[in-house]
Each structure stands twice: as C-alpha cells, then as structure tokens.
Design a protein around this ligand. Sequence first.
Ligand code: ADP
Ligand code: TRP
Length: 323
Amino acid sequence: MRVLSGVQPSGTLHLGNYLGAMKQHIELQTQQECYIFIANYHSLTTVHDAERLRALTRDVALDYLAMGLDPQRAVFFRQSDVPEVCELAWILSTVTGMGLFERGTSYKDKVARGLPSSVGLFFYPALMAADILIYRSHVVPVGRDQTQHVEFTRDMATYFNERYRSVFILPEARFNEAPVVPGVDGQKMSKSYGNAIDLFGDPKPTAKRIMGIKTDSTPVDQPKDPSTCTVFALLRLLADPAETQEWERRYRAGGMGYGDAKKRLAELYELRFGPHREARASWASRPDDVEDVLRSGAARARATAQAVMHDVREACGIVVARR
Ligand code: ADP
Ligand code: TRP
C-alpha cells in the first residue's frame, strides 16, 4: 500500500501544519511505503519571487528532515523533479468537465481572500490529482481542508479509466485526529492570517508570541472554561493526557491565571521542538547532503511516474520517441 502526501513551500511551516499534516507523514513512514514531496509547482500560484520560492523549498526540506523524516524509509522529493506530473495534469484536464473545477471551494475561498484568480489557481486540482495518480497512491494523509481535492482526484481517475481503460487506482484520503489547530488569535492557524506559531522560531520570540495568545478577562481567582480557551486547545495537543487532565482541573477550580498555562505551553513547545533545532542546523550546514536526499528520492519517484505515464500515453494514443 502506498501513502503519498505533499506540502506547499508557500510560507514558514507552523504548529498547525505540523500537527495537521507533517506529524502523520513522519509517523506513517515506519508502517507503509511513503512518498512525501515538496509541492513547489503548486506554490507558484501564490509565491511569485524566485529567491523566496527557492528558500522556502529548502526550508520545507530542512523542517521535515529535522523532525525525523527518514530518507532511507520514505521517498522524499521535490515535485518539480518529476515534471511528468504537469503532462498528466494536462491529460486529466481533457477528460474533466469545467463544472468540476467550478465547484472547487479552495479556488473560491482563495479568490474571496483577495488572491488574483490565475488560470493556475483554477487548474490547481488537476495538478494535485496528477501528483496522486502518477504514483498509484492508495492513501493520501491530509488535513480536512483537502477533502474535496481528493474527491476530485477520484473523479478525474474515473473519467480517464472510463474514457480509455483502467489505468488509475482510486485513492482514499486519510485524516488524523488533530482538530483544526488555532492560532494566537483563536482563528485557524494559517501562514496567511498572521497568527501562526512557527515550528523553528527562535525560543525567545516564540515564548513571547505564546505569552501574547488572546484570552478572555476572567480574573485569576474565578473558574475558567478550558473548552473555549486557545491556550488550553494548544496545551492539550502538546501535553500528555495526565497533564492535560490536571490543567483542566486547575482551569475549572479557579485560582489559576492564564499566564501559568501560557508559561507551561511555551515550555512544552520548547521540549517538543527545541531538541530538533540542532538536527535542523546540522542539515542546513550540509546543503549537498540535502540535495542528495532529494535527488535520490526523485529518482525513485520518477521511475514509478514514468511507468505510469507509459500506460497513460498508450491508453490515450500519445506517441513519444523512445527514450
Ligand atoms: P496554511 O493554511 O498555513 O497556508 P496549508 O494550506 O499550506 O497551510 O496546509 C498544509 C497542510 O497543513 C494541509 O494538509 C493542512 O490541512 C494542514 N494545516 C494547515 N493549517 C492547519 C491547522 N491550523 N490545523 C490543522 N491542520 C492544518
Ligand atoms: N494542496 C495541498 C495543500 O495545500 C498540497 C498538495 C499538492 C498535496 N499536491 C498534493 C497534498 C498531493 C496531498 C497530495 O496542503
């Protein structure tokens, strides 16, 4: 069974990205054959500065390697090292009606938030479907916001299989237990909302950001409701169950200030991510090693992609010179 997922290098990765996506990618590498890639073609829909895109692409690689992605186990690569995905995206678009793309909620949301409505942004689901289908992926671990993209992928695979012959496997989305991780303002944590806690921020500014999380004005001595508190929502994602229970009790009992919970959250954050800073710095000081990891991942991924593209071209009558 093959597991596949991608992360866009469209900003600095944060706690929401880690708990919603990265963590399960890294956990799955010991259980299944995992393909994890950096979706840099997708990021061209939002990042239009070459230097920045190169830096963000490198940063995502460093973040994954630092957090424990093992290149001996998982196939880790850059999307652009398998350019066949763009060819497949085109072919899939020729069997898909406009109506499917027009239903795309991600496109509608992004345009509503003020992103320019490029054809690429509209076409995004075809490229994502190609990413998934070209590796004959069975399972796609993603956050809930990606559900529709995986449904579209199944639709596009079916359109192709029915029009020509059965080449593609229909993938299933896989969600993890992490709810939507809130940011420092209580809204969904997101790179684009300015409310993120970065994975590898420096300890002092990160602690300051945690101390600045928005809370209500219940006085210290009064009981507090953990279920509506952003600090508690984050704390329970990083603390063990026994500690979480103890905080819940302290909230309800009163006599505890939000500052105490924030201080502990900053500590837990440091305990979880601090030890990986060194690994990140070590990978960062060896760019050639990082490049080797991505290159050998790409060679493995591309071999799979080329075999599938052979079947796709055969099925639909696209002739290319023997290579
Ligand atoms: P952002 O919203 O910061 O731009 P992306 O859309 O690039 O993040 O998301 C990358 C992955 O991280 C997706 O699988 C997404 O579901 C997950 N993710 C992003 N933000 C959160 C969050 N606040 N809580 C849980 N998962 C998240
Ligand atoms: N759209 C995904 C996101 O924003 C990233 C992505 C691109 C992806 N291609 C993929 C995820 C293929 C899973 C499978 O998070």
